[in-house]
Each structure stands twice: as C-alpha cells, then as structure tokens.
Design a protein around this ligand. Structure first.
Ligand code: ADP
Ligand code: ZN
Length: 763
C-alpha cells in the first residue's frame, strides 16, 4: 500500500473484535451532540447483527434518555473498563453507514483532530440524520425476533392467523405503511398493535422511499475516439484501474486537452465491472456541461447539487446507499456518498479551494477522498490544468502517478495572452474608466467579427468604497471594520464579509458634507461602462448578486451559448469549466486584485485563476485571445500565466515555499482566536503560543510558529481575531500540538479558539 502525503493510520486494516469471554462492547458516537465516544454492552440478541456503521438506540446520561447513535467500533468491555449500560436495540428508522465510511470517520477524527460528532455531521446529511419529520406516516416492519419467527414457517399457537398473515406480508414485501397493511391483509389496527406490543414488529413514523424512475440515457452524444495523447494517458490510467489496489493518478492536462473525456472512460470501465464511481467537481452549477455528458453515458447517475429539496436529497442518498446508482456527481460533500461498492473517485479541478470546508471538521475533500480510497483499496483520479502544489510535489516524489496532456484536442493552440500595463497613462481614457484603449479595441474587433467576449473581474458590486471627499470619511461595516461596497442595484452599501447592509446617508456623518465619491470598480460598474460604450451590444453579468434568483445561472449561460448575449461580465464564476467555442476574447480587468494578499498562496491562486479564465477561449475554430490588465506587468506570476508556463510558475513558487517551510513542505495548522473583547482574544492567542513553546522545546527545529498576530480581517462579525500558524515537520507532530493546546488552554468565557488543519483561508 502506498504511503500518501497524509500518511496511513491503520498499519493493519483494523479488524473489529467479535466478542470475548467478557462479552462484547460497542463504541457509539452521536451526530451533533454529545461529543465523544460512549461505550455500551452489546446484548446477546444483537451479537450477530452488530457491526460498525449500524445505528443503535442507547440510553444516555443519568436520565437514561434513549438516543440514536452509530456504532463505530467493537471491542472487549474490558478495554472500556467502566460499568456499561446495554444497547437497547437497533434504530432502523435511520439507515446504516457502510463500513468504509466509519473507518474514514476514524481517520478524520485523528487527522483533523476533531470530534466524532463533527465527523458524523459531515458524513450523514441532516435529512438522513434527523429522519423524516412529522410528515412521516406509521410504517410497520418486522423486528429481529419477528423475522426469525416467520423464517420458521410454522405459526405458533399463540399467534392468530390474521397476525400471522401480517408477519408474512411484512416478510415478503418489507416495510409497509400501516394503512396499506390493514387494507392488504384485511384487518383492523388491533392485531398490528398486539404484534408491536409483543415485539414482533416495529411501528415507526417515517417515509417510504419509492424507487425513483431511472432516467433514460439522454440523447446519446457520440463517444469520440481518443486522440493519440489521450489514448496513451488512458493506457496508464487503465493499468491503475485494473491493478485493484489503491493508487492516486494525477491527470495534468492543459485546458481543453480532453481530461473530462478520460474521466468518463475511466468511470465507464469501473461501472462496467459493477462498481460505483464518485465524481467530485468544485461546484455543480458551474459545470452544467458535465451533467449532460454523464447523463449521456450512464444510466444511473445521482446529481447531488445544492438545490435538491430535502425529499430529493434523502431519496438520492438512499438510492446510493442501496447501490442503485453507478455514478454520483457532486461537490465536496459527495465524497461521503454511501456507496456500497465504491470503485473509483474522480476529482476534477483538484486545485480548487471550494473542496475545503471552512466549518468544522474543516476537511479537504481531496484529502478525504484519498484517505477513503486508501481504506477501500481503490484508485483516485485527480485532474487539473494547474495542479495544487501539494499534489504536484506528491506526483514528483512518485507517490502519485502522473499522466500529462500537453495538447488541446484537435491541435487547437492555446490562446495568445497580452499584458496591458495599467500604469501607462495613454491606456486610460479617464480615471473613471476601467477599460483601457487596447482592451476596448479588442472587444470592438471581436464583436465586429461575430465573436463573443468574457470579461473577468473578481469583485462584485459597483464601487469598492464610499468616501466623503471633504473629510476622508469611508463607510465601514460596524461589525467587521471593512470598507462597505456600494451596490447600485440595491442602492446600498454592503459588507462582503457579513452581508451587513445600510443605505447611503444623504450627508457625511462626520462633516455633514454632501456628495460621496464611489471609489474603485466592481462588476456592476464594469457592466454599466460596457453598456455605455457599446450601446448596441447585449451584455450580461454573472456574479453572486446577479445569480441570486434561482435558475438565473442556467438562463444566462443559455443566452450566452445561443449568442443572445455577446459580452459576459463576471467574477471567478465565469472562469471555470465553461466550454463555448465562440468565445474569441477573454479580458482580465484587474489581474493583481489578490496577488498582494497576506497569504502564502496568493500567487498560486492568481496563477490558477488567470490560467482557468484564459482557457475559456480558443476552444472552437476561432483562435482565442486573452488580454490581462495589471499594475504589475513584470510580476513573475502574471508573466508565467501569460506564457501558459505552469512549470515555470511551479518551480519558482516551490522554491519560495521550500525556503520558508510553507506547505507542501510542512504540515500546517492555523489557530484562530476570536472574541467580542480584544484583550481576552489577544491573551488567549499568546497563551497558545506559550503553551506550545513550553511543551515542544526540544522540537524547535521540527516546527515553526508564526504569530500570534491580528488576522488580516482583524475584526469580523463583531469579533476581534488573532491567529497563529504552525508549520510542523509532519502531521503526527502537528496533531500532538493541537491536542496539547486543546488540553492545556482553557479559553475564558466568550473566547472561541478554532484550529484549521491544512488551512486554505489565511485572512
Ligand atoms: P478538459 O476537461 O481538459 O478541459 P474536455 O474533455 O472537456 O477537456 O474536452 C474539450 C472538448 O473537446 C470537449 O468539447 C470535448 O467533448 C472534446 N473532446 C475531448 N476529447 C475528444 C476527442 N478525443 N475527440 C473529439 N473531441 C474531443
Ligand atoms: Zn461586516
């Protein structure tokens, strides 16, 4: 078995105990609350059935209140050592979890230094966890005792013939609505109640899942013949698929090189062998085309997007659980899809930051996918045009296998990229204009030529700040101390961090002066400038504000696809995945927007974004062109992006990371301390640093501690924030440190400390 970057926790795949002379105990975890693991005795009657992943009903605490939890491990009662209460029974209203997910949960508890409750919340969707609400109707099904009785096929004398018919019915047809049962058997509810009281059947409120219609394979798109380069890559991938063991394969291919085609082939291969595939994308709504392509090739596809209703979500989960689905497509949480026979996990655009969950347990879907695949002994395919440096290093070390696609399908060239220096005054029409003369000309020419234009500007709203020119007053968020963004559609100033919104005052609150200035540019301003300068052209905007009404995204994309919209303006939403052959020009309005952020990944992020958006052009017969406006035309990251030089970018970036010991050359954890009052927050942050330095002195050369310091967003949602970054030699040391801090630092009332393993967000 390969040792991944995240290490292997279970040297020997850990086999649960199956009972000792002292009996058998289960460790039970609860979704949501309480935290921790609780030991219970497994009663004799459940000995045969109990296994990891099974939901059980157990008494909790002094009150002995019955709660539903999951059995996550089995052991001898001696190991737990306390006097144990017994499991009351199975909780069959809640579906069980496949064993590999439980083992994955153990890995998460260890790696992310988090609690089982947090892990179960991530693994089991809320709708499943809570079960159907009051809407449920009484459903009857056999208990274990009842099942055994029916299997004996002989009606005992104390069971009436009607009762027997009920048992037989349930045995044959499974859980049935009580109403249906009385009708089919032709009885009242009395015998049902009797059976329930005798423990032969269980009646619980719930919802029966009807098998949903299998969709027809949508209009079959022709399966293209692989190009020579694709075929060579697929040959390598196929070796790993056939090996029947764990392996991570990185498909590093430029935009439009046909990576998706490879994923589809690999998925088809696995599905044809009777296994299931999990296919992760950063965000489904951003990749509408993949849905079509999957539907065209596979019969049973589950699409787990965020617009599903509770009912749809529950149904999809159950179908996946029963193994009725061959391909599960979803964003990061789909990595926990309860597939019974998982054969492959695919992660497209593996470098995307949205794979990281920013709430506890703060997992990264890529790392979790690799851990799950290790547990299940199956391959993982990671794909990207700009692999994360973490992935690149693992590939270079030979931990991952790498295949490369260096050419676009049909030999189309990558677009030419030109840089426009925003410092050059001859380029700007006025300080109020954001479109320079060369960009204007290019848009003009492209449209004349019948081509379409994408304009990327990664800041929404109209103006970045509202300023009083007389006294210098700037509108700020009272909760976050961040300049408010002016939104013209809402006629209000909005905080982009907490969504606080307020009207623009008629006069300056500081000097009573009249007339604010709106500084800086957002997508709304860009859209309005375009409309003014190209009055006859249809312009659409795509950003989080414009996309709020449901379905707008699809509508806008359709309009663009059909040519009803000629210019599409947007934030990073337009940078990803779109495949429109008629896009002949991509303009990046302000490339260095994020390059100076106090974050060691700022360069990586900028490079990825520029490469992604440049890849949206030149995909059809038209050659593509990209214009990048920037104040830093000689910045190495921007230069590398303009040359499509990933290797050059990566070499330089890795050099910097190695020099400072940043990931991927260390295992990072970030502590964030926040509190309403500044002093307690600061003191707690300092205490964390102290505690670490005290406890790990001899390890000095094994880690670096940066901070504590105020966060870049030093005030957010009304809380003061401080952070520390620890760069440890390995993840085991990092885990020790986090555990030590948790044990040794008791934050005072009102102070919250969180730790973020492999942090992405540094602000
Ligand atoms: P990537 O995922 O690398 O951006 P895609 O797989 O989406 O690339 O391929 C880009 C375009 O080329 C798509 O429209 C796809 O249908 C098409 N394509 C991919 N492979 C082939 C092939 N072997 N022959 C013809 N067209 C292909
Ligand atoms: Zn705010």
């Amino acid at each position: 078995m390969t040792e991944g970057r995240t290490g292997w926790l279970f040297e020997e795949p850990h086999k649960p105990c199956n009972g000792t002379e002292e009996g058998l105990a289960a460790r039970v975890a609860f979704p949501v609350r309480p935290r921790g693991l609780f030991g219970y005795l497994v009663p004799e009657a459940l000995r045969d059935e109990i296994c990891r992943g099974l939901p059980v009903r157990v008494p909790l605490g002094k009150s002995g209140h019955i709660r539903i939890g999951y059995c996550v491990d089995l052991c001898s009662p001696i190991e737990i050592g306390k006097k144990l209460k017994s499991i009351q029974g199975l909780a069959s209203s809640v579906p069980s979890l496949p064993e590999d997910l439980i083992r994955l949960g153990s890995w998460m508890v260890d790696y992310y230094v988090c609690d089982w409750a947090e892990v179960l919340q991530a693994i089991v969707p809320g709708v499943i966890r809570e079960g159907p609400k009051s809407r449920g109707r009484p459903i009857a099904r056999l208990s274990e005792v009842g099942r055994r009785l029916v299997e004996e096929a002989q009606r005992p004398p104390d069971i009436s013939p009607t009762q027997w018919r009920i048992l037989e019915h349930l045995s044959r047809l499974g859980p049935t609505l009580v109403r249906t049962l009385t009708r089919s058997v032709g009885c009242s509810t009395v015998p049902i109640t009797t059976l329930r009281k005798r423990g032969l059947i269980i009646v619980e409120k719930g919802e029966l899942l009807f098998p949903s219609k299998s969709h027809d394979v949508s209009e079959a798109l022709p399966v293209p013949q692989l190009t020579a380069e694709q075929a060579a890559a697929f040959h390598v991938i196929n070796q790993s698929l056939t090996a029947g063991s764990h392996q991570v394969i990185l498909v590093h291919g430029i935009t439009g090189s046909g990576k998706t085609e490879l994923y589809l082939r690999a998925a088809a291969e696995i599905v044809s062998r009777g296994f299931q595939v999990i296919y992760l994308v950063p965000e489904i709504s951003l990749t509408p085309q993949i849905v079509e392509r999957l539907r065209a090739r596979f019969h049973r596809v589950a699409i787990l997007h965020s617009h599903l209703s509770q009912r749809e979500r529950r149904r999809a989960w159950q179908e996946v659980r029963r193994g009725e689905i061959s391909v599960v497509l979803g964003a990061r949480s789909a990595v926990f899809a309860p597939t019974p026979k998982l054969g492959l996990i695919i992660i497209d655009e593996e470098h995307e930051w949205s794979f990281k969950q920013e709430a506890a347990p703060r997992y990264h879907a890529r790392e979790v996918a690799i851990a799950r695949a290790q547990i299940a002994g199956i391959p993982v395919i990671l794909g990207s045009a700009t692999p994360s440096l973490e992935t690149l290093v693992a590939a270079k070390k030979g931990i991952y296998r790498m295949v490369e696609l260096r050419k676009r399908v049909h030999g189309r060239p990558l677009p030419q990229v030109d840089i426009i220096d925003l410092r050059d005054p001859t380029h700007r029409r006025s300080s109020r204009s954001i479109i320079t003369a060369p960009l204007y000309q290019a848009i003009h020419d492209t449209l004349n030529d019948g081509g379409q234009v994408l304009l990327l500007h990664n800041r929404r709203g109209f103006a970045a700040a509202v300023l009083c020119p007389l006294c210098g007053f700037v509108m700020r968020c009272p909760e976050c101390d961040i300049a408010l963004t002016y939104h013209r559609t809402a006629q209000a100033a909005t905080c982009h961090y907490c969504a606080h919104e307020q009207a623009i005052p008629t006069s300056c609150p500081q000097c009573q002066g009249q007339g604010f200035h709106f500084l800086g540019f957002g997508t709304q301003r860009l859209e309005s400038e375009l409309q003014k300068r190209f009055p006859k052209v249809s312009v659409a905007r795509m950003d989080a504000d414009a996309m709020r009404p449901r379905g707008t995204y699809e509508k806008t994309l359709k309009a663009f696809q059909h040519g009803d919209v000629q210019v599409l303006v947007g934030t990073q939403l337009i940078a990803k995945g779109l495949d429109f052959p008629n896009v002949a020009l991509v303009g990046v309005v302000y490339a260095d927007l994020a390059i100076h952020f106090p974050d060691f990944r700022a360069g990586e992020r900028t490079f990825q974004l520029l490469t992604q958006v440049a890849g949206r052009t030149g995909r059809g017969d038209r050659p593509g062109k990209v214009l990048i406006q920037t104040y830093c035309p000689s910045h190495p990251v921007i230069l590398a992006a303009s040359k499509h030089a990933y290797e050059e970018f990566a070499a330089r970036e890795l050099d910097i990371r190695a020099r400072y010991g940043y990931p991927p050359f260390s295992s990072a954890v970030r502590f964030v301390v926040r509190a309403k009052k500044l002093e307690p927050a600061r003191m707690t942050a300092e205490r964390i640093a102290e505690v670490i330095k005290e406890a790990f002195p001899s390890q000095l050369h094994k880690y670096r501690l940066l901070g504590p310091a105020p966060c870049f967003l030093h005030r957010l949602h009304g809380r003061h924030r401080f952070h520390l970054l620890i760069l440890a030699d390995n993840w085991q040391l990092r885990r020790q440190m986090v555990k030590h801090v948790e044990a040794a630092v008791r934050p005072p009332q009102g102070v919250v400390v969180v730790h973020d393993i492999d942090p992405i967000d540094m602000l």
